[in-house]
Design a protein. Structure first.
Length: 451
């Protein structure tokens, strides 16, 4: 008996250490079994305590009276499927008549406490069927992307959601996006993951980095065009507008609308064109959008107006031409001038890291998901990389991108540098990627001596 108790204590200590240091391993080895048993045993009582039961049907009551049997109790939603995952459990429920998906969504916090799990979220799969995703540990504390990812053209996995699922940036479904974040909030890491995910795809990357290129120019070997100041950015954006117009002329020439042409062959955007003539899609990454909107002189104001006009035109018309925008910045508010709110209205995908003021959070989510505004301003400063992602459907999620160093992103871009397409309209803005001499030049305030 003594040896048995010692073994039990050692196993318990090992399980506790594993749960503390490697929660994912603990969940896959022991946690998933304990959680499954706990959910199945407590299910009926928890549903009753959370108000997710309905009275028995009248025919059941009549049948009980006729047969003089015990009156049936309240009925809980029926379990259609209980599926373990690498991060938690997925419970699919069939709602009873009179129940609604919002009833389940309103009780997720109580379900979390009752089942002893880390987090619970719910979503409606179809009418009368709700999927409840439960996580067994904090998946955002140490982000580990799954080995198998559902990658498709223009669909990039960039982060992990709090329910354990993968957050994808799908440009064909959500063409344009806005990413906000204060200094040291993780916005740059999110951008690196995006560039690293796009690097293996057949896509032209265009960067505008008005911080003298310190963020995007290290990745220049995979970019088809780069600009590091507002003047060059204006010329680049106007060249993109011209390229967009040429793509529309190509689409119009290939439409061939007649009675003999099948509906599936009528081209309305670049994805309807044959692959041999389809222009390469373009993703435009703008780092620190406020630098493009600020001005101090009349000449800078004119330049600013032309830049914002070009961005708005690309946001309104660029999707069908295969041009997609990724606008990033620390601050994005109406005080940046006219046209900013018009531009914001075209940016469907919204991602907000920690922000310093409520106004920026309102600009991100105030018009699509007001509940996400409070979540965005409550992100603690020590949780770098944690963000709130939402779209025009009104739903939002907490996400966190895996940490990708600048060196890792540079290596990925260099590895796929041969995939960088040549876009004739952007040839003048192709970055020079010649090898930099390894010798370091000492900086001095004095001029070098002349012979």
């Amino acid at each position: 008996m003594t040896w048995f108790m010692v073994a039990v204590v050692m196993v318990a200590a090992a399980a506790g250490l594993l749960r503390w240091r490697r929660p994912a391993w603990y969940w896959l080895s022991l946690g998933v079994t304990f959680a499954t048993v706990r959910v199945l045993v407590r299910y009926a009582s928890v549903m009753d305590a959370c108000g997710l039961t309905v009275p028995p049907a009248r025919w059941r009551l009549a049948l009980a009276r006729m047969t003089r049997r015990e009156v049936p109790g309240p009925r809980s939603p029926r379990i259609l499927r209980l599926r373990p995952t690498r991060t938690g459990l997925v419970l699919r429920l069939k709602l009873r008549p009179g129940q609604d998906a919002f009833d389940v969504a309103a009780t997720t916090d109580r379900l979390r406490h009752s089942f002893g799990l880390y987090g619970v979220t719910s979503r409606e799969v179809r009418s009368g069927v709700v999927e409840v995703r439960m996580t067994g540990y904090d998946v955002l504390k140490r982000v580990q992307m799954p080995a198998r990812l559902d990658t498709r053209p223009m669909r990039i996995p960039v982060a992990l959601r709090e329910d354990g699922s993968v957050h994808y940036r799908d440009y064909r479904a959500v063409p344009h996006g806005l990413t906000l974040g204060a200094t040291e909030s993780g916005k740059s890491v999110y951008q690196r993951n995006l560039v690293a995910g796009l690097a293996p795809h057949h896509v032209a990357l265009v960067g505008i980095d008005c911080k003298q290129g310190v963020e995007l120019f290290p990745l220049a070997r995979r970019f088809s065009a780069l600009a590091d100041n507002p003047d060059t950015a204006l010329e680049l954006l106007e060249a993109l507008v011209t390229h967009m117009e040429e793509v529309y002329q190509l689409i119009r020439a290939e439409q061939r609308i007649s009675v003999a042409v099948p509906d599936a062959e009528i081209a309305a955007d670049v994805w309807d064109l044959p692959e041999d003539i389809r222009p390469v899609p373009v993703v435009v990454l703008v780092d620190e959008a406020a630098e493009l909107a600020l001005y101090a002189t009349k000449d800078e104001e004119k330049r600013r107006d032309r830049i914002i006009t070009a961005l708005v035109r690309l946001a309104q018309l660029g999707r069908a031409a295969g041009i997609y925008l990724e606008i990033c910045g620390q601050r994005f508010g109406s005080e940046l001038g006219k046209g900013i709110t018009m531009l914001r209205a075209q940016l469907t995908g919204r991602t907000a890291h920690r922000v310093n003021d409520e106004t920026s959070a309102n600009m991100a989510f105030g018009d699509i998901a007001p509940d996400a505004v409070l979540a965005a301003i409550q992100i603690p400063a020590e949780n770098r990389g944690l963000a709130i992602a939402g779209d025009s459907t009104g739903g939002w999620h907490r996400i966190r991108a895996p940490h990708t160093s600048l060196r890792e992103a540079v290596n990925i871009c260099n590895k796929h540098a041969h995939l960088t397409p040549d876009v004739p309209a952007l040839a003048a803005f192709r970055p020079i990627t010649a090898a930099v001499p390894s010798a370091r030049v000492r900086l001095s305030k004095t001029a070098p001596a002349t012979a």
